[in-house]
Ligand binder design. Structure first.
Ligand code: ATP
Length: 749
């Protein structure tokens, strides 16, 4: 309603027609006011005009806004147009005309554009600024001056209002603004509807007054002022001016409220900023702490990862072991069957060998017997020969007798010769004639006798030499025979010994074969089960002798052992978890009984609770202060035995063997019973052994039980710390070592 009436009104009043095109080319400023048809006509008119001036432009008659924009966008066409309209006005290189043009534009439009580009836009579409109009028309009324000042100050307000804080006023403020607008426009429409009708209509069209922001309010005020200035200064009634002042005052008030609001907001922001900065500081402090923690965690995580990798590797290795064991088992099964066959063959071979050895032994025995017989024969021969030799030696004696006889004969012959000589001499003496006659015969006879004597002597020598050589050879032979006899007797003895040892060896071999067969059976089974049966060996010992095992039995046995192994590991893990849950650090208290001779003393212990509570009375203090409560994991009474005290410590020994570090120590004043608890009394029996003995005993027992699967190395280190001096009590050279490097190593590895 308002639109049409105001349009009509404008047309009637002869204001600027929206359908007419001004000759100064300001056609685009009015596009917003025209209908679609009018715009089309204007565009067609412009296209026609442009084509007539610049025929090479070739713009189609139906060219759209976009076509026109793309043609005019770089300014070339405009320059050419200018040149054509006013030749040589835009020469290449000369910017004069362009500068003139721009300055003209500035003069026409520049004053309506604020420094930050905000336009005091006139709702009618005219860009004429109030300042230009005011200056050009020479307005001088005080109201106008006031309004002008307001307009100027409003433009400042506008700038500040366009700040992000002000651009979206609060809902309450908006409502307030809308209300005031209504007031203003009711007045305007009622009494002064003819003044800024087109503007109001436009604003009413484009703005919802209820929600009008301050910027719109300012635009409307400007519009009213523009319109008022355009029309005639004298026409502006005082009432409008008052209203406008009110509006401006309202805006000022709102701005001051807004400024207040901004200040409080600013303060709020400052407070918030401080708060955030303190938070940042806290967060930074936390972050630095967190960094350290995260570093620690990272390291821990790294460790866990590496441990996990190790465990996985171990698991892999275990899996591989399992596979390998399975293969080994199969292999062992094959070996068992092979060994069985081999065993059969070996048995047969053994039997044969036994037979052979028996026959051999018999043969050897027979041969030896024969040999013995031979030797005996030889011995007999030797003896005979010795006898013969002895006899021969006797014959030697005979030879010597013969020699003697021969010598006697020689002597006899010599005597006979002498006698013959004597006879010869007698004959010579008796008859010289006879002598001369028979001298030849006698000489011959002497010669014969001398020859006989020489022969006899030769024979004697020969016999002597002969008998001597024979004697020597017999002596030699005797020696040889003696040696031979001794050798034969020695070898006979050796043979007898060797035959005995051979018999023993045969017996031994027989025994070893038997044991080997037994062992073979055991080894085969043992090999297949050894890896998984380390703790159950004792239990399955009887089974090991059952021979032969079937593959199924072995498999079952191996499976059972494997399960047992995993169950044991699980059991161990759970056990240590329980120890952890019970608490890694436990403190036990033991009350020492009165020593002999202290019976008249009264105990200070008032109460011993089952849950580890101990109440001690301090009689020197009266009332409540005289009672003190202590809390331990457990309190052992004065009648507690050594074994009872050890029961709570015992599980730790198992943990030691499972790879945990454990430290047990006694603490207390002199004479409180530390040594008694840890070691026991002097000359302690097994009954009153202290913790140390019992722990070591368990340590050895358990490690023995696990020896089939785990090899434990147990070492002991004993140091004394006294007067800040550390002394190695087990030092072999007797010199106390100060601060042993490995002092942290506990006695229980
Ligand atoms: N539970 C007990 N039952 C019987 N006698 C005990 C008990 N505890 C300690 N005693 C005795 O108390 C005396 C002192 O004990 P012990 O030597 O063990 O004390 P301690 O704490 O080792 O002393 P110190 O610090 O001087 O070496 C010893 O004669 C010991 O036999």
């Amino acid at each position: 309603m308002m639109d049409s009436s105001s349009d009509n009104h404008k047309t009637q009043k002869g204001g600027t027609s929206t359908s007419s095109v001004p000759a100064n080319g300001d056609m685009f400023g009015r596009v917003v006011n025209g209908t679609g048809e009018t715009e089309g006509k204007r565009l067609a008119f412009l296209v026609e005009w442009l084509n007539s001036i610049l025929p090479d432009l070739g713009l189609p008659e139906t060219a759209s806004d976009e076509d026109l924009r793309s043609v005019l966008i770089d300014g070339t066409i405009l320059c050419r147009l200018l040149n054509r309209l006013r030749p040589c006005s835009v020469d290449e290189g000369s910017m004069k005309t362009v500068i003139d043009c721009l300055l003209t534009l500035r003069t026409r439009l520049g004053s309506s554009v604020a420094a930050d580009g905000f336009s005091l836009f006139s709702p009618t579409g005219n860009y004429d600024s109030p300042r230009r109009d005011l200056s050009s028309r020479g307005f001088s009324s005080p109201l106008t001056v006031e309004e002008r000042q307001k307009v100027l100050s409003e433009s400042k307000f506008q700038r500040s209002l366009r700040s992000p804080v002000m651009s979206e006023p609060s809902a309450g403020l908006m409502h307030h603004v809308g209300h005031k607008f209504h007031e203003v426009f009711q007045v305007k429409q009622g009494r002064y509807a003819d003044l800024p009708a087109a503007k109001i209509s436009e604003m009413m069209k484009s703005n919802s007054l209820d929600n009008a922001p301050t910027q719109s309010l300012l635009s409307v005020v400007n519009g009213i002022l523009d319109e008022s200035v355009e029309r005639n200064n004298s026409e502006i009634p005082h009432r409008v001016a008052c209203l406008l002042r009110k509006v401006v005052q309202e805006i000022e008030r709102r701005i001051s409220t807004q400024a207040e609001h901004l200040r409080t907001q600013n303060n709020l922001f400052k407070a918030r900023e401080e708060k955030y900065q303190s938070r940042i500081r806290v967060l930074e402090a936390l972050a630095s702490g967190t960094n350290e923690e995260s570093e620690l965690f990272r390291n821990h995580l790294q460790q866990m990862k590496s441990e996990r990798t190790k465990i996985e590797e171990k698991k892999k290795a275990d899996d591989e072991d399992v596979i390998r064991l399975k293969k080994e088992k199969e292999h062992s099964n094959l070996q068992i069957s092979g060994l069985k066959q081999e065993l059969d063959i070996a048995k047969k071979t053994y039997d044969l060998r036994c037979l052979q050895m028996e026959t051999d032994a018999r043969g050897v025995k027979a041969a030896l017997e024969e040999r013995v017989k031979d030797l005996e024969r030889l011995l007999a021969d030797s003896r005979n020969k010795v006898k013969e030799l002895e006899e021969n030696s006797e014959s030697k004696h005979q030879v010597s007798n013969e020699t003697l006889k021969l010598e006697e004969k020689v002597k006899e012959l010599e005597r006979l010769l002498e006698a013959s000589r004597n006879k010869v001499k007698e004959l010579e003496e008796s008859s010289e004639s006879k002598y001369q006659f028979s001298q030849g015969q006698l000489e011959e006879r002497v010669k014969e006798l001398e020859n006989l004597l020489a022969d006899s002597r030769k024979k004697e020598k020969e016999l002597q030499a002969n008998s001597e050589s024979k004697c020597q050879s017999w002596i030699k032979k005797e020696r040889v025979y003696h040696n031979f006899m001794e050798f034969q007797l020695g070898s006979l003895k050796e043979l007898r010994l060797s035959s005995v040892s051979i018999k023993q060896e045969i017996m031994k071999a027989e025994r070893s074969y038997t044991s080997e067969f037994d062992h073979l059976g055991r080894v085969v089974l043992f090999k297949s089960c050894i890896r998984s049966m380390y703790l159950v060996m004792e239990d399955f010992h009887a089974l090991l002798y059952i021979w032969p095992f079937s593959g199924v039995k072995l498999q079952a046995l191996a499976d059972a052992a494997e399960n047992y192994h995993s169950l044991l590991a699980e059991n161990r893990r759970l056990f240590n978890e329980i120890q952890d849950l019970k608490g890694n650090i436990r403190v036990y208290c033991r009350i020492r009984p009165f020593l002999p001779g202290q019976k008249e003393k009264r105990t200070l212990v008032e109460h011993v609770g089952d849950n580890g509570e101990l109440v001690v009375a301090d009689r020197s203090r009266p009332g409540k202060d005289g009672h003190r409560l202590f809390k331990f994991n457990k309190v052992y009474g004065s009648d507690a035995t050594q074994a009872e005290v050890y029961t709570d410590t015992q599980p730790f020994i198992r943990s030691v063997l499972d790879g945990y570090n454990v430290c047990i120590f006694a603490y207390g004043q002199t004479g409180s019973g530390k040594t008694y608890t840890m070691t026991g009394p002097n000359n302690a029996t097994k009954e009153n052994w202290g913790v140390n003995y019992r722990a070591l005993n368990d340590l050895f027992d358990d490690s023995q039980q696990r020896k089939s699967s785990i090899m434990y190395e147990i070492g002991v280190q004993m140091v004394e710390i006294y007067n800040e001096q550390v002394r190695d009590l087990l030092s072999s050279d007797g010199t106390p070592k100060k601060y042993p490097s490995q002092i942290t190593k506990c006695c229980f590895k």
